[in-house]
Design a protein around this ligand. Structure first.
Ligand SMILES: Nc1nc2c(ncn2[C@@H]2O[C@H](COP(=O)(O)OP(=O)(O)OP(=O)(O)O)[C@@H](O)[C@H]2O)c(=O)[nH]1
Length: 590
């Protein structure tokens, strides 16, 4: 710290008196001012006079007496670099009218300065006990502040090194933060970094301009721009600050009216920034300061509201922003004389804004981290949701598949079943033929194929009605089914009043016995339909053989058909077997 802030005790080698006189007419000459009585001069004992904004010319009288016991090489520093026009006279030279006054000021090019420094610095060499007096006429559009310091030249140069290091550190921090955030802006494409960069640039520009550094280093030959830049940079910095805060805390998402209010503040600052180009400096800077104060209060109010609503970034913003506000208050208190002057306080804008930039970077990093965590959590939630949905979908698909299977099964069953009798249909028999052929061959059994036809069914239908016919069909089907061996014989409704049975037997006799059983089962008992009692009989054509192929099976079926015709021709209610040695003939009488 000793390096940056060396002691100023050497200033005590000089006795400095400062007084001022206000020339409202703007016409008084240096000689007239010098001739003024002592009562025309005012002084409050301070070396830092602040007279606010004035149209008048103010004459400052500086008396310096060396207290040192040896000759002193000194420098007089007027520490307010934005003063517009200074005309400096050394009183002992006033009688010599050939000597022109020294002209300085922010309205003149930087190159006119005696010593190239952001403040106005004059060399002042005094021998032991020697006194000198200076008259400085100041006219300025800025506030009339006149802080003076007498320095020992060696100490001043030493201190200047420290100041340059401090400025260098500040500019270095700003540049590093700019580069870092420009990288983040490009990498993350998050607009908040653009406003942050804008705020850093304009705020650092404002701090450097008010400290005279911009004029010295950036635009030394543009004195009028220097005055325009100050209010403009202040308004632009405030504008970027509002946009940064609004984007950082996602104001639009959290508070509609807060967001609208921030847009109003932005519009105000934009107007003020453009106004700085055309308005007189005094009006522009006062409006810019007013606008900045309004925005600062507005932004803190909005951040505080969101902080109360537990918005984490708003709380972080509020804490960080308080640092700058505190620095601003310290600076103001110091300028108003409420606090003793201190180099720390003089550099408060630089220190606080550098600190602010660092802290906001931490806030942005914390925000990035929070967003990363949120993104990861969202991904985890989505993954869990996805897994759950997948499981639910799989369960549903399995359920639907089961239902479809059952439906298919039912459909298949339906497509193979006769709706009236409940027996299998002809299609089912088609499907079974291969199995039956294979089984007969494996087990060495003969295939017996029975074609069963109800006798005079048309007459029954015509006599008792179609419904009675249906009842008869169902009863015959059940009686035939009762004669079959479950799981072995295949009985189907062939069509109309006709049935077909395929059964495997060891020999023709067994097959013929079954034919007789079928015939007898049908005609043995009445079929009842309400009060009606019907008698039914069937004719059966039987063919027995050992078919190996579907074609041979078809042949067997044709022979059974022929037997059926024969049974009908022989008088019905009988079973005729095609393979009996006696050829087509009645097995049993009706
Ligand atoms: N009620 C009813 N009648 C049917 C059904 N399918 C066919 N029929 C009738 O069955 C009768 C068959 O008559 P036919 O082919 O002349 O035979 P049939 O009268 O039994 O004479 P034979 O066979 O020579 O003894 C027709 O009248 C058909 O309308 C059915 O599902 N229900």
């Amino acid at each position: 710290m000793g390096l940056l802030w060396p002691s100023v005790a050497l200033a005590n080698f000089y006795d400095v008196e400062l007084a001022y006189h206000v020339d409202d007419s703007l016409q008084q000459s240096a000689a007239q001012v010098q001739a003024l009585p002592e009562s025309a001069w005012r002084s409050n004992g301070s070396r830092n006079l602040s007279l606010g904004y004035t149209q008048a010319a103010v004459w400052f009288r500086i008396r310096v007496t060396s207290l040192a016991a040896f000759p002193q090489e000194g420098l007089l520093e007027i520490g307010y670099p934005v003063l517009g026009s200074l005309r400096i006279y050394q009183t002992e030279h006033l009688r010599d009218h050939t000597l022109a006054p020294l002209e300085l000021g922010a309205e003149r090019p930087f190159s006119q300065r005696l010593i190239r420094h952001r403040n106005f610095v004059l060399p002042l060499n005094l021998s032991s006990g020697e006194s000198t007096e200076w008259l400085v006429r100041v006219e300025t559009k800025t506030s009339m502040q006149f802080p003076i310091t007498m320095h020992d030249r060696a100490v001043f140069e030493d201190e200047e090194q420290s100041r340059l290091i401090a400025h260098g550190v500040y500019v270095g921090v700003v540049l590093a933060m700019l580069a870092y955030n420009a990288y983040l802006l490009i990498a993350l494409r998050d607009i908040v970094y653009l406003w942050y960069i804008g705020w850093m640039l304009t705020f650092a520009g404002f701090v450097l301009t008010i400290g005279g550094m911009s004029y010295q280093w950036l635009w030394p030959n543009a004195p009028s721009w220097n005055l325009t830049a100050l209010p403009m940079l202040l308004s632009l910095a405030t504008l970027c600050g509002v946009l940064f805060m609004s984007s950082l805390v996602q104001l639009q998402a959290h508070s509609r009216w807060g967001w609208r209010m921030s847009r109003v503040l932005v519009a105000l600052q934009l107007t003020l920034a453009l106004g700085a180009l055309v308005l007189p400096y005094k009006l522009a800077i006062l409006m810019a300061i007013g606008g900045a104060v309004i925005c600062m209060l507005g932004v803190m109010f909005l951040a505080a509201r969101l902080a109360v609503q537990q918005v984490a970034t708003a709380r972080m913003f509020l804490m960080t922003f308080s640092v700058v506000v505190l620095a601003g208050c310290l600076l103001a208190a110091s300028k108003l004389g409420w606090l003793p002057a201190s180099r720390w306080i003089d550099h408060a804008p630089q220190i606080s804004s550098a600190l602010e930039m660092l802290l906001f970077s931490i806030v942005l990093a914390a925000r990035m981290e929070a967003e990363r965590k949120l993104r990861e959590q969202t991904q985890r939630d989505m993954l869990a949701q996805h897994v759950q949905w997948k499981a639910e979908l799989e369960t549903k698909v399995a359920e639907r598949t089961d239902e479809l299977k059952q439906l298919n099964h039912s459909l298949a069953k339906l497509s193979r079943t006769d709706a009236l009798t409940g027996l299998f249909n002809r299609r089912y028999l088609e499907e079974c033929i291969d199995t039956e052929l294979a089984r007969s061959q494996q087990e060495g059994l003969q295939v017996a194929l029975y074609m069963v036809d109800i006798d005079h069914f048309k007459r029954l239908n015509d006599t008792h009605g179609h419904a009675a016919g249906d009842v008869c069909l169902r009863a015959v089907a059940q009686r035939l089914l009762a004669c079959t061996r479950p799981g072995q014989d295949v009985l189907v409704r062939w069509g109309g009043e006709e049935f077909c049975l395929v059964a495997l037997w060891a020999d023709t006799r067994q097959a013929a016995d079954m034919g007789e059983q079928l015939r007898a089962a049908v005609c043995d008992a009445y079929i009842e339909h309400g009060a009606l009692q019907m008698k039914a009989s069937v004719s059966i054509g039987l063919a027995v053989g050992s078919p190996r192929t579907r074609l041979e099976m078809l042949d067997l079926q044709q022979r059974a058909d022929e037997s059926l015709y024969a049974a009908k021709a022989l008088g019905r209610n009988r079973c005729v077997c095609a393979t009996l040695p006696s050829g087509l003939g009645s097995l049993l009488p009706a």
